[in-house]
Design a binder for this molecule. Structure first.
Ligand SMILES: Nc1ncnc2c1ncn2[C@@H]1O[C@H](COP(=O)(O)OP(=O)(O)OP(=O)(O)O)[C@@H](O)[C@H]1O
Ligand code: SF4
Ligand SMILES: [Mg+2]
Length: 377
């Protein structure tokens, strides 16, 4: 198969900007939240692409844009050779069933007044797939079996299930229309740790069985490592690093990724005592007013006098020992940092301008966050 035939989703120059409105009488736009701001990424058929990054960096917005649930401000999303932004009406409806979403909180995404059967039939009906009663019944049984629920679950309501079972219902609903791509946004973070593994295993089994492609957004680096073939790291609306799963953990190249990795505790006490620890200081800047140049320069312990605050680095392949040709990083100094030619230094705290007009601007970020060792971000 050629490289392009192997690609299911091709995102190029994607931007999703949300207007910030102000004024009671005149609804003025006083700025924009640059939730996704210049993302290029490809998702291969049958792979799991994991997306990580701090709260508010644009992961969910990127996932929604790929599913055509959030209109792009600029750029293109090509799904299996078709530019989905150009689709309308029946064409869009037909294409939509090929990409589905699994949400973080199954309870809020499932209508509490509907039984599982009615929820699933509703999904099928939306795509004209419930015309034959016997076939629909067979399909519902098949779905229950696929997600490991008894057939009797069909007559129950969402509140009658445990969290893990509800997520199985959410997965059944996504599967019901036979998608190729599933975007799972924090699919296990609302679940008890003991249940998380079961749901992750279910997702993996279904992938093997049905040849599904996944984009998984997750905070927990252990979950992402376990489930992903490739991982993208986001910071303030852009991808800063992308690589095969294990390689990202072994050879993190971007200072931000290194800081994230260093915050994950290692079970071996000897390794834990000696491993690199990078504490990020400084608040996460607002996506309404991101820093110039490299967006990470206000917090980067390797920041240099030149380039860092003036030129935005592009994702590029670098020649660094242990980094393969599919490993890309957006840092001007990645080679020098990896070679130890540039040393870490203290980062002076900078005042973060939250952007906008100064009044009537919604709070667009989470509270300031200082990353600490052991944080799941
Ligand atoms: N509909 C919207 N209108 C305005 N701003 C929005 C909208 N949706 C998201 N944002 C803003 O865009 C930025 C990115 O949000 P997004 O939800 O994509 O982040 P995230 O990485 O998924 O965060 P989290 O890990 O907390 O889920 C945030 O600053 C958020 O406040
Ligand atoms: S480009 Fe500069 S500021 Fe950005 S990550 Fe690299 S060293 Fe740090
Ligand atoms: Mg999110």
């Amino acid at each position: 198969m050629s490289e392009s035939a192997d690609i299911l989703v091709e995102v190029r120059g994607l931007e999703v900007h949300f207007p910030i409105k102000s004024g009671i009488v005149f609804d003025r736009t006083v700025g924009h939240v640059l939730a996704v701001d210049g993302v290029d990424l490809s998702i291969r058929r049958g792979e799991t692409y994991g997306l990580v990054g701090e709260s508010g960096c644009g992961k969910s917005t990127l996932g929604k844009a790929i599913l055509n649930l959030e209109p792009p401000t600029a750029g293109s999303i090509v799904f299996d050779g078709v530019d989905i932004a150009s689709l309308k009406g029946e064409e869009l409806r037909r294409e939509r069933k090929r990409f589905q979403m699994v949400f973080q909180d199954p309870l809020s995404s499932l209508d509490p007044r509907q039984t599982v059967e009615s929820l699933l039939v509703e999904g099928l009906r939306a795509h004209g797939m419930d015309t034959d009663k016997a076939k629909t019944r067979a399909r519902l049984r098949e779905l229950m079996s696929a997600v490991g629920l008894p057939v009797a679950a069909l007559s129950k309501y969402p509140h009658e299930f445990s969290g893990g079972q509800r997520q199985r219902v959410g997965i059944a609903r996504a599967l019901s229309v036979g998608p190729d791509l599933i975007v799972a946004d924090e699919p296990v973070s609302a679940l008890d740790v003991s249940i998380q593994a079961q749901v992750i295993n279910l997702l993996q089994d279904l992938q093997d069985e049905l040849g599904l492609t996944y984009l998984v957004v997750a905070h927990d680096l252990a979950v992402v490592r376990h489930i992903s073939d490739r991982i993208g790291v986001m910071y303030l609306g852009g991808l800063v690093e992308e690589s095969d799963g294990a390689e990202l953990y072994d050879v993190p190249l971007h200072p931000y990724t290194r800081a994230l990795m260093s915050a994950v505790p290692v079970p071996d006490p000897q390794v834990e005592d000696t491993r690199e620890q990078i504490l990020l200081t400084g608040d996460l800047p607002s996506p309404a007013n991101p820093p110039t140049g490299c967006r990470f320069h206000t917090r980067c312990p390797w920041r240099q006098e030149t380039l860092c605050d003036t030129e935005r680095p592009q994702l590029r392949v670098v020649e660094v020992e242990g980094a393969s040709a599919s490993h890309r990083v957006a840092c001007h100094w990645a080679e020098q940092i990896a070679a130890g030619e540039i040393q870490q230094h203290e980062v002076a705290p900078t005042l973060v301008d939250q952007g906008g007009s100064g009044f009537g601007v919604p709070d667009v970020t989470e509270p300031p966050h200082q990353m600490q060792a052991g944080d799941a971000f």
